[in-house]
Design a protein around this ligand. Structure first.
Ligand code: 4H7
Length: 249
């Protein structure tokens, strides 16, 4: 899958893709990353990409021509790609959307604004607006990298067998169970004994209960979306009872 970033700061993208799993995926040719800088399409000798807003007001607005030309060039390089603008007015990214973007197999062109917003006319070149959450950032580069990172995990071969997306959080609308490694005791804190015995059915049940417990304690809103089996209901009930016992002595 190919990702093309339209950005005034390609160094941010180059820096962020040089590590760990994404670096390996690039080296293996499972993903490709490139950038187009709208400044290269600026018409004047000062390479101007922004201008004062019509109607007045503080700040500057990103000019439509260099950004539109950058998108046209991007579409020439990646025919059939989706153009996604990262902006606070976009639909909030969720895991389901990540899965959809990955399974569509279409390449992605990310349009990143910085400091200022876009001239509204640029959205005629955009297929969809995506936000990574309800907060304001200085630019769209970090959100675009977040989308690419999340999507890349679903591309076959990007994750090893070890790290697979099969039994993870949010796919199932539950948080993950807690994990431990050596040492068995650290500053009085002990690894739960069930994990050190070899009873795999017992371990599976403990992990399921802990996943339900974590979700109940930290993200109870997720329980409403998760479609639990009867066994899960029983485990959850035992968690709730345990918690109410702790509270009331
Ligand atoms: C596009 C349009 C994404 C990009 C406007 C981008 C948060 C997110 C940006 C803006 C982003 C997100 C212009 C909005 C300047 C803020 C003061 C860059 N912020 N800006 N305004 N949540 N900022 O995904």
């Amino acid at each position: 899958m190919k990702f093309l970033f339209i950005t005034l700061f390609p160094e941010i993208i180059e820096q962020a893709t040089g590590f760990s799993i994404l670096k390996r995926a690039l080296e293996q040719g499972l993903i490709e990353v490139s950038c187009i800088n709208p400044r290269d399409f600026a018409a004047d000798r000062h390479k101007t990409v922004d201008d004062v807003p019509f109607g007045g007001g503080a700040g500057m607005v990103l000019k439509v021509e260099p950004f539109a030309q950058a998108i046209n060039e991007a579409k020439k390089q990646l025919p059939g790609a989706d153009v996604i603008a990262l902006c606070p007015s976009g639909k909030t990214l969720i895991q389901r959307k990540v899965q959809e973007l990955a399974s569509s197999q279409r390449d992605l062109i990310f349009l990143c604004g910085h400091y200022e917003g876009f001239d509204e006319r640029i959205f005629a070149w955009v297929d969809e607006r995506v936000s990574i959450g309800d907060y304001i950032l200085t630019g769209g580069e970090l959100p675009a990298l977040v989308v690419m990172d999340a999507v890349s995990r679903y591309i076959p071969g990007v994750l090893g067998k070890q790290e697979s997306t099969q039994e993870e959080s949010f796919g199932e609308s539950l948080l993950e169970y807690p994990q431990y490694t050596r040492p068995v005791v650290y500053e009085d804190m002990e690894v739960p004994s069930v994990l050190r015995g070899g009873n795999h059915a017992e371990i599976r049940r403990w992990r399921r209960r802990e996943a339900l417990k974590a979700t109940y304690l930290y993200r109870p809103d997720l329980l409403a979306q998760s479609d639990l089996a009867l066994d899960d209901g029983m485990l959850l009930l035992s968690v709730v009872k345990e918690k109410s016992g702790e509270k009331n002595g």
